[in-house]
Design a protein around this ligand. Sequence first.
Ligand SMILES: Cc1cc2nc3c(=O)[nH]c(=O)nc-3n(C[C@H](O)[C@H](O)[C@H](O)COP(=O)(O)OP(=O)(O)OC[C@H]3O[C@@H](n4cnc5c(N)ncnc54)[C@H](O)[C@@H]3O)c2cc1C
Length: 408
Amino acid sequence: MSTASETYSSKYDYIIAGGGLAGLSLAYYLNESGLRNAKILIIDQSVKKENDKTWCFWEAESGKFDQIIQQKWKGVWFHGTREFNRFLPIDEYAYKLIRSENFYQFVLQKLSQNPNITLLQAGVLSFQKLSNQSTEVYTTKGYFEASELVFDSTFRSPYTDTRYNQMLQHFKGWVIETTEPAFDETQPTMFDFRIEQREECRFVYVLPYSKTKALVEYTIFSDNLLPEEEYEKALESYLKTHVKVDKYRIEEVENGVIPMSDEPHIRMPSSGIVRIGTSGGFVKASTGYSFTRTQRFLQKLVSDLEAVGGNGKAFEQSHQTWKKAIYISDWKGFLDSILLDVMLQKRHSSKDIFTCLFSKNRPAQILKFLDEDTSLFEDLAIMNTVPIIPFIKSAFVVIFKKIKYIFR
Ligand SMILES: Cc1cc2nc3c(=O)[nH]c(=O)nc-3n(C[C@H](O)[C@H](O)[C@H](O)COP(=O)(O)OP(=O)(O)OC[C@H]3O[C@@H](n4cnc5c(N)ncnc54)[C@H](O)[C@@H]3O)c2cc1C
């Protein structure tokens, strides 16, 4: 891998706009595939060295990134309604944590062994289709041409279309170091709902690194953000009330806003451009999780691209549906829309819904469900464990919206 400031040409086979989770994962899988000889340019505005995100996800088997797993747990705490406070074993799964700085370093080190991959630190400004299959990428450091495809993870939808369920997952977290032991490093907390809900879905999660160090994050699912100090007050209060610590040093701060929306995505906004990551709708609408989906979608994308010999035009032809916004989604997308509608319309307390899911089912089954690996029969069995009336109401609303969408 070379840096573009040293040696760069104006033409590449593929250009990856945005070298965050999706962009670097894509480069990683391309580098492992039969397309590893393709000329690839990765453009990102920032130098990916800092820990700007902490990714948690669950996996049943060993994974591609096991070498850089910081923590791994075999169960999680859940504090919900109906006095359900339990440490839940997650059986075949492991709950894993990767710090983004380790992910960036790991992937960039692998890519550095491939002289066909070039990294450019620049801002991506726009894309322009040329007369042939090529697409030109205009950046703060000049023009670059992709003869096959551009993969874009820099686009951010405003998610303002009121016809759809628009919610945000917003959070603030602190990595704190305490003077006295305060955590059990073998037991993370996935959902702690023992905090004021204000008619929203609010919870805290705790990811312990050691007995004296943990990431404690205050998370809200709602349609509006809070002033900065409210997240901080909530964190302080949680640490005092539930972790029972007063003295701690804040080592790192993590903020985020993740879209939770069922607005349809256009995966291929114009010929030659494929959106990936959050831009491509990889975030699961009802949970905000996207690490696992990003890996799955991109492995499939690379294998589809390999199947057509890396040819951008042939790839495009075999993915014509990506050019349309698909709201008449699959069954899993339908379930996401229902859950979003229940939460947004406040048809039932969110903390009680999550409690029902985790207390009335095998927890590993819920993780499988959230990963969209369950069968239709399993989905119906899980749906039978949540308060039925609000879900039926929302199902009718979603079906009506979809019918309206067809006849718009
Ligand atoms: C703080 C945080 C924690 C999260 N934790 C989890 C989690 O635990 N589990 C989970 O499943 N999901 C999590 N997510 C959600 C999701 O996994 C991440 O948002 C993930 O990083 C999305 O990948 P992405 O490639 O779409 O975006 P990013 O990783 O943000 O990558 C986009 C890249 O594009 C670059 N870029 C943007 N605009 C331009 C431009 N104009 N020019 C050049 N470069 C540009 C950015 O610098 C960035 O590197 C988290 C999100 C956040 C924000």
